[in-house]
Design a protein around this ligand. Structure first.
Ligand SMILES: NC(=O)c1ccc[n+]([C@@H]2O[C@H](COP(=O)([O-])OP(=O)(O)OC[C@H]3O[C@@H](n4cnc5c(N)ncnc54)[C@H](OP(=O)(O)O)[C@@H]3O)[C@@H](O)[C@H]2O)c1
Length: 252
């Protein structure tokens, strides 16, 4: 895969899957814009690790709708055009229905949807408008295995990712005539900083048992699927959802 002369904007790229995706695109020749919310230290570290020159940081909280137009505008001011948007930023908040009060419940739903769905929808809107003017582009959305198998401790997370899948498929139909192709990658548990920070040893052991591979996904394995969907030749895959879950959850 060759991404020379392609300009790529990746949300949530300070660490984890977004970082691995940025590294992979830069290694294949792309110019990469790294969006993040607040973690300047990690974002700067990621920027320094990218192959090639000219990559930039774009700090914006994309859960605020006014920031989504600004982010796409800033990216196009910097690079002239946007070829590929990767909607990767996501949050997950525990809110078990039998354990939390209503205030916690409603905040979890609102905050999760603002980042995981509305930000992706709003950025897709501005990216599509820009891509229509330049003859086309690609959008890849990072969803989750949880969109299919349920998330009992984080129902808003599962619902937001299921909605992201549905939005992607609707946009794939709408935007194909404009040469804009949409793909989705649905990872299972992936060995990111978040996983290391939040899992107890017992939870980790249980998770490893879910896959016949007896391990989690590595961020670069998720990045590989993102790059495939964004690559030349993958156009007819528009609307597809690629599972990267080590055969831990197989859907028909
Ligand atoms: N890790 C997994 O096991 C797994 C499994 C399935 C799906 N996924 C999905 O994969 C994606 C990446 O997950 P990850 O594990 O790599 O996450 P992570 O390590 O927690 O990193 C999240 C990234 O998103 C950014 N972010 C969060 N809210 C944002 C906002 N409002 N505006 C801009 N940036 C924001 C963070 O920026 P700051 O660092 O500045 O806060 C960070 O760069 C998410 O969509 C997640 O749902 C992850």
């Amino acid at each position: 895969m060759d991404f020379s002369n392609k300009n790529v904007l990746i949300t949530g790229a300070s660490r984890g899957i977004g970082k691995a995706t940025a590294l992979a695109f830069a290694e294949k020749g792309a110019m990469v814009g790294l969006n993040f919310r607040s973690n300047v230290t990690d974002a700067e570290k990621t920027l320094a690790e990218l192959t090639g020159e000219g990559h930039q940081l774009f700090q914006k909280d994309i859960s605020k709708k006014e920031n989504t137009k600004q982010l796409v505008d800033d990216f196009i001011t910097a690079y002239g055009r946007l070829d590929i948007l990767v909607n990767n930023a996501g949050i997950s908040i525990f809110h078990e229905v039998d354990k939390v009060d209503f205030d916690h419940w409603t905040h979890a739903w609102e905050d999760t949807f603002k980042t995981n769905l509305f930000a992706a929808a709003n950025l897709s809107y501005w990216a599509a408008k820009a891509m229509m003017k330049t003859g086309g582009g690609r959008i890849v959305n990072v969803s989750s295995r949880g969109s299919f198998r349920g998330e009992p401790t984080k129902p808003a997370y599962g619902a937001s990712k299921a909605a992201l899948n549905a939005m992607s498929q609707s946009l794939a139909k709408k935007l194909a005539p404009h040469n804009i192709y949409i793909g989705v990658v649905a990872p299972g548990f992936t060995e990111t900083e978040m996983a290391a920070e939040t899992l107890t040893p017992v939870e980790r052991e249980n998770l490893l048992r879910e896959s016949p591979f007896k391990r989690m996904a590595q961020p670069k394995e998720v990045a590989h699927a993102v790059l495939f969907l964004a690559s030349e030749g993958a156009e007819y895959c528009s609307g597809t959802i690629i599972d990267v879950n080590g055969a831990s959850y197989l859907r028909s």
